[in-house]
Ligand binder design. Structure first.
Ligand code: FMN
Length: 327
């Protein structure tokens, strides 16, 4: 038996359900390194840009990375060229990618968020926007994505600015991510994506002081996968809009577990630093994993883990369990 991979996300037809996590694949640098071969064999079905902010940012002081036994902590701090630099320099190059472009934006006030969304969404090269809400609102002092009401109010303000899909990137650093997802949905979001990185730190072994220049950062990679699966399942059970699942995906079996937990699309983040072709590999492995479990396509597998045992009993003709990633 074989499986087919095409999926639809907010009106975008994708040949397979594997995209990149924002900030985890620099397509412009990759094109410099791999040339036009990158365009012929682009690893993702859609490309999500690094988060851009209204003004340029240099990012956090070094060191910015710490490797953990099963992942890494980063405190990159969103270095970027700002809205103007992005539109003038990066957007024309990202528009040459052979896949739909999703631009990730973040601001610290609703007005600035509105300016970003208005200007970015107006560009025909942009297929959709991802709103990174892991940031404080300068007026309330609250982290928007930690508060269902703040998230809903932000979306209500941004929704009228564009007909293009708005995806809300949720933070895992909350007790109830599903409540925030419901806020995003009620405000008019077209999809939610999760998880962003988990708050983490590392101590310098010689000085016993924080290793990272910024003191702390965000944990990603296989270390967060089990947390991400639980949060994706909770969110998928709470909202009707599509869920983009990510957090430690390194194989097709991992991707399938996220789809079974309710994700319509999955994103590969940290694994792309180890293997720049990981997106394509995960998609190919996903096809095999689906077929092995007797699923014809991702839609058939979606939400299996959320069903009662009697609902899901009918399926699963698999000969051997594939619940654990090979990596
Ligand atoms: C180095 C690095 C940079 C990141 N930059 C961003 C970013 O700019 N915007 C964003 O929303 N998420 C960013 N993320 C979070 C990832 O998109 C993803 O949500 C998270 O790493 C979990 O997925 P993973 O375990 O597959 O990496 C970054 C992650 C890493 C490791």
């Amino acid at each position: 038996m074989s499986a087919s991979l095409p999926v639809e996300l907010c009106g975008l037809s994708l040949p397979h359900p594997v995209i990149n996590g924002s900030g985890c694949f620099d397509a412009i640098a990759a094109r410099r390194a791999f040339g036009d071969e990158l365009l012929e064999r682009f690893p993702f079905a859609a490309f999500v840009s690094k988060t851009i902010t209204p003004e340029a940012r240099t990012g956090n002081p070094p060191p910015r990375l710490w490797e953990t036994p099963a992942g890494m902590i980063n405190s990159i701090g969103l270095p970027n060229k700002g809205l103007r630099g992005f539109l003038e320099q990066d957007l024309p190059r990202l528009a040459e990618l052979p896949v739909p472009l999703i631009v990730s934006v973040m601001a610290t006030s609703r007005e600035d968020f509105g300016r970003l969304v208005g200007k970015v969404a107006a560009r025909p090269e942009v297929a959709a926007l991802e709103l990174n809400v892991s940031c404080p609102n300068v007026h309330s002092g609250l982290i928007v994505g930690e508060q269902p009401a703040e998230t809903e109010a932000l979306l209500a303000e941004l929704r009228p600015l564009t007909a293009k899909p708005l995806i809300v990137k949720l933070t895992p650093n909350v007790a109830d991510p599903a409540a925030v997802a419901v806020g995003a949905e009620q405000g008019g979001a077209d999809a939610v994506s999760l998880i962003n990185t988990l708050k983490a730190t590392a101590i310098h072994p010689a000085t016993q002081r924080p290793w990272l220049g910024a003191g702390r950062g965000g944990l990603s990679g296989p270390a967060v996968r089990a947390v991400a699966l639980a949060q994706v399942a909770a969110v998928a059970a709470a909202v009707a809009i599509p869920v983009i699942g990510m957090g430690g995906i390194a194989s097709g079996a991992d991707a399938l577990a996220f789809i079974a937990s309710g994700a319509s699309v999955v994103a590969v983040g940290t694994e792309s630093f180890r293997d720049p072709a990981a997106g394509a590999r995960v998609a190919a492995e996903l096809e095999e994993a689906l077929a092995k479990c007797g699923f014809e396509d991702p839609a058939e597998a979606r939400g299996m883990a959320l069903q009662s045992p009697s609902q899901s009993e009918k399926r699963l003709q698999t000969e051997e369990p594939i619940g654990r990633s090979a990596r």
